[in-house]
Design a protein around this ligand. Structure first.
Ligand SMILES: [Zn+2]
Length: 83
């Protein structure tokens, strides 16, 4: 039987589908009995699906977001109008 600490430690691996069948089964058993861990897993699973949908499964290149923000900032600051 897995305990909460062990279950939460395996959370990321579980969501990556990189656990063995046995380890996954143990976590499923724990989640059916433990609402706290179930909510934590639900939250992380939801978070991952949101990120995956937004990024189309690609990792956002580092610095891209700040470059985009900088471009908008320069346009707006430039002569007071966009374009
Ligand atoms: Zn638990």
């Amino acid at each position: 039987m897995t305990d909460c600490n062990e279950t939460l430690r395996e959370l990321e691996t579980f969501l990556d589908n990189e656990l063995s069948d046995g380890a996954r089964g143990a976590i499923h058993v724990h989640l059916e009995a433990c609402t706290d861990c179930l909510q934590a897993f639900d939250f992380h699973a939801e978070l991952r699906s949101v990120i995956a949908a937004k990024c189309h499964n690609d990792e956002m290149p580092p610095g891209l977001l700040s470059r985009i923000e900088k471009c908008f900032g320069e346009d707006i600051d430039g002569d007071g109008r966009i374009g």
